[in-house]
Design a protein. Structure first.
Length: 589
């Protein structure tokens, strides 16, 4: 369990926090010890009964410090002890916060790293905004539990110290107080489990709400186009209302627990006063001090109850975080390759087959073809034929259940995964752009790419002139997901991105399917300029995009049904390319 490992990792700091808590409480106890002599000075009472031990303690302190026993020094010494207690308490809280902050940083970065390292089959099933909620809410809850444990130990240390002092004054009164505090905790136990149930409901509701908000922002243009804002507002209101109810109920329980201690402690003080006042050994100084101690003890018992309640309510978030961590570890991307990337001759796809989980039929079956270095291959076929799945296998996002992909007779699984992907340039239909500058989007986190390479890549992608026409040129902000740019401009920036990293293989997955003819022509021109220099795979529905290919591969129902040069296939009236090319003529006829 992560939390146990975290606790073990920070155990020394937590131990130091506890020891500091005892020191702080001891200083407070010494300060309280000064109260009895102080009362004696004010009331002119003599030391009697249970207070003798405190007179002796104070006398020893004055003797050790070589101080004269008088009221001003007594006051200064008492205040000094309490100031020392305050300083150590601040130090203890600071150390507790430091432990919590380090835990938050370490676990959050670990989960983010493991999520990015998870395989594609896991990531493609994740809900938008879920990881954000896990890191921002659930990990923070785990760090708050660590802080709460440190603060709990501090309160326990203070309770033990103050109880020890109280026992010196009166064993019976102290026992009565502690038994009363324990009874309160037992009475409040049912509320303890109610709080956890409410916290779990709020946690799940918060994640659903986070998903709804993130999903809505991603698809806001479509939402507005369909005028369905009221429906989303209604759904969001339902989640907000559920969170409101949970918050009110939790607050009510917390308030009940907190305010109950005050009248109960007053009741016990009244009982103790009635019990002590009739005693022949009644001493107003001792009684005042023990009342103060009992009040502090109940305050610490209340604090302990509050911390236990807080840990309880946060535990459901910790469980969610641990569950997510366990799941993401199970789906860690397998990277067994150790060989460097080398491409001199050809890439061969041999008997490749693939089926998604819970699917009745294979998405790909017995796919066989080769790609020569520098060759441009067009891959076409109807929707759902398996073209994008084949691309995902090329990118090593998916592993074929049968067959193998080789490069120069070397299984790509034996090549270092990062080396393979750095040499595979990928442009998809759904272009992903950062909410940043054009330059940052072309560089895409790779600081090794120079400004000169960025400019050259933009020229090769036929987007340089457009960028130069902008007021801020390469420093222009593109907006969320490139919303300030047209579809064609986004595609050409994405093309410049892969050209800037000088990939050996370029894959265009339906990159021209949703752009205008002018943008398609510009992209097509860029691709044609790469022929012979870069190996290119073009997956497309638009036949104009693949007609300049060296060869066309046709996939239908997961199988390769034909391949050949476009000029040859277009002449064959039985070919898929011929039928697709003349489909409009048939519709008109």
């Amino acid at each position: 369990m992560v939390f146990k490992r975290a606790y073990w990792q920070y155990r020394w700091r937590i131990l130091v926090t506890t020891l500091l808590g005892f020191v702080s409480s001891l200083l407070g106890g010494l300060g309280i010890s000064m109260l009895i002599p102080l009362f004696a000075f004010v009331t002119q009472q003599n030391s009697t009964g249970t207070s003798n031990v405190f007179y002796q303690l104070v006398a020893k302190i004055f003797s050790f410090l070589h101080l004269s026993y008088n009221l001003p020094i007594l006051l200064v010494l008492m205040v000094s002890f309490f100031i020392g207690k305050a300083v150590i308490t601040i130090l203890t809280i600071h150390l507790s916060d430091k432990i919590s902050a380090q835990y938050d940083r370490n676990i959050s970065s670990m989960l983010f790293k493991k999520t990015l390292e998870a395989d594609w089959t896991f990531l493609m099933n994740q809900r938008v905004g879920y990881l954000d909620r896990v890191i921002s809410n659930d990990v923070a809850a785990g760090s708050n539990i660590l802080r709460a444990i440190s603060e709990l130990m501090l309160r326990v240390a203070s309770l033990i110290t103050y109880a020890a002092i109280a026992f010196k004054l009166s064993v019976s009164i102290t026992l009565m107080s502690l038994v009363g505090g324990a009874l309160i905790l037992v009475v409040l136990k049912p509320l303890f489990f109610k709080t956890r149930k409410l916290a779990k409901h709020a946690n799940l509701t918060g994640k659903k709400l986070g998903h709804l908000i993130n999903e809505s922002l991603i698809g806001i243009k479509t939402i507005k186009a369909f005028a369905v804002e009221p429906s989303l507002v209604k759904r969001g209101y339902f989640y907000f209302e559920e969170l409101r109810k949970a918050r009110i109920k939790t607050s009510l329980i917390s308030s009940f627990q907190g305010t109950l201690f005050e009248p109960v402690s007053l009741l016990f003080i009244s009982i103790i006063f009635a019990y002590s006042f009739k005693s022949p050994d009644f001493n107003i100084a001792s009684f005042a001090v023990i009342i103060y101690l009992i009040q502090k003890m109940y305050s610490y018992i209340q604090g302990i109850q509050g911390k236990l309640d807080g840990i309880n309510s946060l535990f459901t978030y910790l469980e969610t975080m641990l569950s997510y961590q366990k799941e993401v570890q199970q789906y860690k991307e397998n990277t067994p390759g150790t060989e460097p990337f080398k491409f001199e001759q050809e890439i061969s796809i041999q008997d490749v087959g693939f089926a998604y989980p819970n699917m009745e039929s294979n998405t790909l079956s017995d796919i066989n073809f080769t790609i020569q270095k520098g060759e441009m291959i067009g891959i076409i076929g109807p929707s759902g034929a398996g073209k994008t799945t084949l691309v995902d296998i090329f990118l090593q996002l998916l592993k074929p259940q049968s067959g193998v992909v080789k490069i120069d007779e070397v299984d790509i699984n034996s090549i270092k995964l990062d080396a393979w992907r750095k040499n595979i340039g990928y442009v998809s239909q759904d272009v992903f752009l950062l909410n940043d500058t054009i330059e940052a989007n072309i560089r895409f986190y790779d600081e090794s790419i120079s400004r000169e390479s960025i400019e050259n890549a933009s020229k090769m992608a036929n987007i340089y002139d457009f960028i130069q026409g902008l007021p801020n040129k390469f420093e222009t902000q593109v907006g969320e997901r490139g919303i300030k740019l047209s579809g064609g401009q986004r595609q050409r920036i994405a093309l410049a991105r892969v050209l800037a990293k000088k990939s050996s293989v370029l894959i265009l997955d339906e990159a021209t399917s949703s752009i205008d003819n002018e943008s398609e022509a510009l992209i097509q021109k860029s691709i044609n300029n790469l022929k012979g220099k870069v190996t290119v795979l073009v997956i497309a529905h638009r036949l104009t995009t693949v007609m300049s290919s060296d060869r066309i591969i046709v996939i239908d129902n997961g199988k390769l049904i034909e391949s050949g040069a476009p000029s040859e296939l277009i002449k064959n009236q039985d070919s898929y390319l011929y039928k697709s090319y003349h489909i409009k003529d048939k519709e008109i006829a």
